[in-house]
Design a protein around this ligand. Sequence first.
Ligand code: GLN
Length: 201
Amino acid sequence: MSVKFGVLAIQGDVRENVDSLKLALEEAGIDGTVHEVWSPEDISTLDGLVIPGGESTTIGQLSLANDSLKEIKEKIQAGMPVLGICAGMILLSNNASDRIVSMKQPLLEVLDVTVKRNAFGRQGKSFEADISLDGMGVSKFNGIFIRAPSITHTGPDVEILSKFDDMPVAVKNGNIIGTSFHPELAGDLALHKYFVSLAKN
Ligand code: GLN
């Protein structure tokens, strides 16, 4: 059976995630296809979804406006694996605040974490660091943090996959994975491979 993956293509790092998923499927020997999706109809047919990094307020507001947000939430609650990267993880979270401005933004509220947006500073403060994805058995991974959120609280069912500076930077709660960094820019498919294997099971 072929599995069908989507990358939410409203705004952000879409192309890089489509490419990473295709390569990950190939390397993992999984029969599957990858699509750019934005409508509730397209999302309803998926077996797995990546919500890419970008601007969480924009992705949230536009997907709320076209009813995709509701469809994504229903699919995740029904067990569809989802990978939320940076802005995507913010969208998945139960609570998000910004380091500087106070604003309300639409959230999926399916991942029991609290995040602080732009916690490491704005664009100038983007950085790369070697991290390990201990929860996935990967000892070295190129962590690329771009206006990244920090995870300030994790609920009891949330598994911490990786820490940097003693803070969680990758988490998993059942079928839901969130990362503060950008695995699609790492030049390493480990995280995408782990994710596609979730949808196959
Ligand atoms: N700072 C962005 C936000 O709050 C996230 C940045 C990113 O996805 N690289 O939405």
